[in-house]
Design a protein around this ligand. Structure first.
Ligand code: SF4
Ligand code: SF4
Length: 423
């Protein structure tokens, strides 16, 4: 699964949520009945951590209403019925843009990292950029992208460095992703851009650890990348930056890896707003009985209550779990194989912590540094006894958080809410 495939047929309609970032929901700038072209802005960003939203297809706005979103709620969305012509909105790239023009292009293109932070915010006040290509290629399509588009990712990174005034950049590639390493070895890198093979899969919650491992800065764990002057971005966003600068196109497609119980697992470039069920149909449909549909990984992804939800800027993978595998998900006693210990990127002993948590011995969990857990889920994924290690870790962390929280502060906020709605 190391090439990105293209859709043979577009769906009949797409649902484009006006919330695909951390900030507030965008204001719609189109009305029902309007004709829109691919690349046209349909939602205006408002406030901090917000990014504009664009039509990924051309057609007619059929509705603007709250519709299911993969994060589990209903969100104001623009439903577009596709037309036959698929016209694109005119886009004129800026010739030889200066750093402030590059920043503005990235902002206007609505490019957003997988955790929802707009990329233009990620590259504010930093001097180093790390492209996180540490996921395994078969799970996250963004890393497949580095095999297919190494020049574009590299040049997108160069533009980001110019925009940020960054001195250096690193492309962190999982060492098992040989194809990506070979693809990058085949291009001439800028002197201040290095490729670093890494052994860990750094999920978005592990960016502090990624920065620590790459930069060797001891104050980083538990902090934020920007505290160390580092901005971490994804492979796909580096590609999108290149695309926005060189063609004027905004963020409107995303590579998604579709795996599990589907006829043809693959990485597919899909328009934002295409429903999961249409994406799965484009992969030949479900194979077997569907147990669960999960966005972005089995351990820390989000299980969907319907396959009617659309692909958003945070969708990197769709995994279909067969019913028999869901039913088999019962736990067995620990066999002390230590696989969970071997895979833990922060050198914890997950089996011991899980046992203590199960027994309510949270102080012992704390003593075993449970709070350093980055919740990657690797231990649970490796456990042959299918022990719910991550859930037990969460339970311990919540209990410790509660026990050590500033109770005075907590009371104040509860009182502010009050039993009468904060009056
Ligand atoms: S989830 Fe498991 S493997 Fe990942 S950091 Fe926590 S204890 Fe370690
Ligand atoms: S991987 Fe599972 S069975 Fe093996 S030591 Fe860890 S908790 Fe026990």
């Amino acid at each position: 699964m190391n090439d990105i495939a293209f859709l043979k047929e577009l769906p009949e309609d797409v649902v484009i949520p006006l919330l695909q970032h951390k900030g507030a929901v965008c204001e719609p700038v189109v009305s029902v009945g309007d004709t829109v072209h691919a690349g046209q802005k349909i939602g205006e960003a408002s406030g901090a951590a917000s990014a504009p939203v664009h039509a990924s297809v051309s057609g007619t706005v059929a509705a603007i209403e709250k519709l299911p979103h993969p994060f589990g709620t209903k969100v104001l969305s623009v439903l577009i019925t596709l037309d036959e012509n698929q016209k694109k909105a005119g886009s004129i790239p800026v010739a030889d843009p200066n750093p402030s023009e590059i920043r503005q292009i990235i902002k206007d293109a609505g490019i957003v990292e997988i955790h929802g932070t707009p990329t233009c915010d990620v590259i504010e006040n930093i001097d180093t950029i790390i492209v996180n290509a540490s996921y395994r290629s078969t799970l996250i399509a963004g890393c497949v992208g580095i095999c297919s588009y190494p020049y574009e990712v590299h040049d997108g990174l160069k533009y980001m460095m110019q925009a940020a005034g960054a001195k250096q950049a690193v492309i962190a590639v999982n060492k098992v992703n040989k194809e990506a390493l070979e693809a990058l070895a085949g291009i001439e890198l800028e002197e201040n851009i290095k490729v670093v093979p890494v052994k860990t899969k750094y999920t978005p919650g592990m960016e502090d650890l990624l920065v620590y491992d790459i930069m060797g800065t001891t104050k980083q764990i538990g902090g934020k990348p920007e505290d160390a002057g580092v901005g971490v971005c994804g492979v796909n966003t580096a590609y999108e930056v290149y695309d926005a600068i060189t063609t004027g196109r905004p963020s409107m497609h995303i590579p998604v890896s579709i795996s599990g119980a589907v006829e043809k697992p693959q990485s597919l470039l899909v328009p934002i707003g295409m429903r999961f069920k249409d994406v799965i149909e484009a992969c030949g449909g479900y194979s077997g009985d569907v147990g669960k549909v999960v966005m972005n990984g089995l351990t820390i992804g989000i299980a969907q209550y319907t396959d009617d939800v659309p692909v958003v800027k945070q969708t990197a993978g769709i995994i279909v779990v067969d019913k028999k595998d869901v039913l088999l998900d019962e736990t067995y006693p620990c066999i002390h194989c230590a696989r969970c210990v071997d895979v833990c990127p922060v050198d914890l002993i997950p089996s011991r912590i899980a046992t203590y948590s199960d027994q309510g011995r949270y102080e012992e969990c704390r003593g075993m540094h449970v709070m350093n857990c980055v919740e990657c889920g690797e231990c649970a994924g490796a456990c042959p006894s299918k022990i719910h290690i991550l859930q037990l870790i969460w339970r311990a962390k919540v209990a410790i958080d509660r026990a050590y929280a500033d109770t005075a502060e907590k009371q104040t906020s509860n009182l502010t809410l009050g039993c009468c709605g904060g009056a």
